[in-house]
Every structure is written in structure tokens, then in C-alpha cells.
Ligand binder design. Structure first.
Ligand SMILES: [Zn+2]
Length: 176
């Protein structure tokens, strides 16, 4: 199973900054929601999503504080495989594309524009994919056009939602 190297992780860090900037400019709103990003080495079984580039979880802990946050689980192996199969795709641009998509979900869920627990997940995915493309077209980064060409050729991952328990007994919900 291929995992990100330290160099790849630097690109994830840079990509996060760029994706946040694109969303803040494009929607004229900041991302206020607490979130973190994990890569494959740190992922538990419920956080893995074979066939997808990322999985988004809403984590709710137990205890008096009931801390809640979103977690973007990057699937290193799927991302590296896509890059291997499409040698002209730039990794930073690809990471920006993936994170822009996930951060739009987070912004929408946190602001109440979409409901994480609702069942119309298909509509949410289509809306977010379209908005990500619009924002990336408005604030283009080098290499993004090639990524859309590649994405249009591969079948979209199956949409699903799961609810399960995490180690500390809290619950999770998942989006791609
Ligand atoms: Zn999605």
C-alpha cells in the first residue's frame, strides 16, 4: 500500500492553504469549521474509502464537551495510483482539487447550507462538484485543466454514507 512521502505531505500542506484561499475568495466567506486532515498511515478502518480519493467524516466525541470536528481522510494509495496512471497530472493541483471539494462540503455543513445527516447525498455531491469546478475556473491554478480532463475519463466513486462508532464511542458520518 503506497503512502505519501514527506515531500508529498508538504504538497498537502501547501494545497490546503491554496484550497482555503480559493474558497474564501470564491464564496466571500471563510471556513470557520474546525477540521483536520489525515493521510493513510494514520487512518483507522472506518476512515478508509477504497476507490475514492478522500472521505469526509464528522466526528463527535463523548464526554462533557462533546467536541465535534470534521476530518478529511486522504486516501494516499488511490491518489498516488491516479498520479501514476496520469503522468502529466501535477500533484499539487490534484491535491488542491480534492481539498477544494472537501472544504466546500465542510463549509456547507457547518453553515447549515447542507445537512450531513440528510439522505440526498447524490444531490450534495453533484452540487459540490459543480461549485468546486466553478471556483477553480475563477481562480485557476497551474495544471487544473488536465485534472478535469482526467476526472472526466474515470468513473466517479460509488456514493455512500455510513454511520459507525469510533474508538472513543463517538459517532461518525461519512461523505466522499
Ligand atoms: Zn464529495
Amino acid at each position: 500500500m503506497a503512502v505519501f512521502s514527506p515531500t508529498h505531505k508538504v504538497l498537502v500542506f501547501q494545497g490546503t492553504y491554496i484550497a482555503e484561499h480559493i474558497i474564501t475568495k470564491g464564496t466571500k466567506d471563510k471556513i470557520y469549521a474546525p477540521y483536520d486532515i489525515t493521510t493513510l498511515e494514520e487512518l483507522g478502518e472506518p476512515e478508509k474509502a477504497p476507490g475514492a480519493f478522500a472521505k469526509l467524516l464528522f466526528m463527535e466525541g463523548i464526554g462533557p464537551n462533546k467536541l465535534r470536528h470534521y476530518r478529511i481522510c486522504l486516501q494516499d494509495d488511490e491518489i498516488l495510483k491516479a498520479l501514476h496512471d496520469n503522468k502529466d497530472v501535477d500533484m499539487l493541483a490534484f491535491i488542491v482539487y480534492i481539498l477544494t471539494h472537501e472544504l466546500i462540503h465542510i463549509q456547507r455543513f457547518f453553515s447549515g447550507k447542507a445537512d450531513f445527516s440528510e439522505s440526498n447525498q447524490n444531490e450534495e455531491e453533484i452540487y459540490v462538484d459543480n461549485l468546486a469546478r466553478v471556483l477553480l475556473a475563477k481562480h485557476p491554478i497551474i495544471g487544473i485543466k488536465k485534472i478535469f480532463n482526467v476526472l472526466d475519463k474515470i468513473p466517479p466513486p460509488p456514493l455512500y454514507k455510513c454511520k459507525g462508532l469510533i474508538d472513543n464511542g463517538g459517532s461518525i458520518n461519512a461523505y466522499l
